[in-house]
Design a protein around this ligand. Structure first.
Ligand code: DAH
Length: 369
């Protein structure tokens, strides 16, 4: 009977033969060296370090050896695996460096090349001011109303109590559409939006209507044939001039700052009765009328007040023409030119800058004015 083989020689286990291990290492190092990319190295790693790699299999054989032989065999296999692992790490570092170098070349950016310059645009200050004013009223619960720029003569004039022979009809130099008897004009004011609104809906009505208007003026420092107005109309039970004053105050405060005061002077518009011209306290001299150097304030001309625009209680005739009973409802309205307000607020010198469309002009106002 033979006892356990205590003289077991690891060399006799084929997988643990030093020459076999050396050959496995040599093959592994060859595979690692010939991996030409990080992906190829990944595949090679499975072949030389994976569960079925020759050195992993050899490692498993160690367990079958008698205890006395395990240490030496373990050292040999461990050293072999360490060489393979070191080669993998070294090759990986090498391949990563090559990849990084390649990327630097392939994706090189020539920072000296002239760039495609796309200057940022800017919204026109007229638009910004209109939006700001509209926002003020919308935040108080008012709605935005619109009307066409090509308007019927009847809505632009007649319904607003400007009959064919009314002198005020001649005051607004009108673009008529050819043929003249077609009854269409380029609207001279945003007031026809009042009529459209009252014809379309029942009170209570609270609307704000910004938009383009047209007059046959030549372009000069203070005139332009196309400009913008903003119109406000309220129709409800029991509205009085006090409500009108409150709305005007909200308007000028949004435009010229908190604490700006208003005053009204008797005036005439066919569609309001009574009618008023609205002034607001000069935001430069705060009503004093004088400038810092003792002369008169240049913004308000020394009066302490600046003219804003027209306003009034909606004429009963206009309410009636729109099917609203003036015995039940009353209304107020006001309207003004946005360009003028903008020129005042920002000291824009002439109308030319405002209409030329040079983006550098708009950019000065940023996104907010
Ligand atoms: N539409 C008038 C104009 O262009 C301005 C105006 C005056 C509007 C009085 C109104 C108003 O709503 O009540 O001159």
């Amino acid at each position: 009977m033979s006892g356990p083989n205590t003289n077991y020689d690891p060399v006799e286990v084929a997988a643990l033969d030093p020459a076999v291990i050396e050959a496995a290492v040599a093959e592994a190092l060859g595979a690692i060296e010939s991996a030409a990319s990080i992906e190829e190295l990944k595949a090679a790693r499975i072949g030389v370090q994976g569960e079925r790699s020759p050195l992993a299999l050899a490692n498993r054989e160690i367990g079958a050896l008698p205890p006395s032989a395990r240490a030496e065999a373990g050292k040999r296999v461990g050293a072999a695996r360490a060489r393979v692992a070191a080669a993998l790490t070294a090759r990986e570092a090498e391949l990563e460096r090559e990849r990084d170098e390649r990327i630097l070349v392939e994706e090189r950016a020539d920072v000296t090349l002239p760039a495609l310059r796309r200057p940022p645009g800017a919204r026109h200050p007229v638009e910004l001011v209109a939006q700001r004013l509209v926002d003020t009223f919308v935040s108080m619960g008012w709605e935005v109303a619109e009307g066409p720029e090509l308007e019927s003569e009847w809505l632009n004039f007649d319904a607003l109590n400007l009959g064919p022979d009314h002198p005020a009809r001649q005051m607004q130099d009108t673009f008529f559409l050819d043929p003249v008897d077609c009854g269409l004009v380029l609207r001279t004011q945003t007031s026809p939006v009042q009529i459209r609104t009252m014809l379309e809906r029942q009170p209570p009505i609270y609307v704000v209507a910004p938009g383009k208007v047209y007059r046959t003026d030549d372009l000069d420092a203070t005139h332009t044939p196309v400009f913008h107005q903003i119109e406000c109309l309220a129709v409800d039970r029991g509205l009085t001039m006090a409500h009108l004053r409150g709305a005007l105050d909200a308007f000028v405060r949004a435009m010229f700052g908190e604490g700006t005061r208003t005053r009204v002077r008797a005036s005439y518009f066919p569609f309001t009765e009574p009618s008023m011209e609205t002034d607001f306290g000069c935001f430069v001299c705060h009503g004093a009328g004088t400038s810092g150097d003792g002369g008169s304030c240049r913004t308000c001309g020394g009066s302490g007040w600046i003219e804003l625009g027209g306003s009034g209680m909606v004429n009963r005739k206009v309410l009636r023409a729109c099917g609203i009973d003036p015995e039940v409802y009353s209304g107020f309205a006001f309207g003004l030119g946005i360009e003028r307000a903008l020129m005042l607020r920002h000291g824009v010198q002439g109308m030319h800058e405002m209409v030329e469309g040079d983006v550098r002009f708009s950019q000065q106002f940023g996104r907010e004015v």
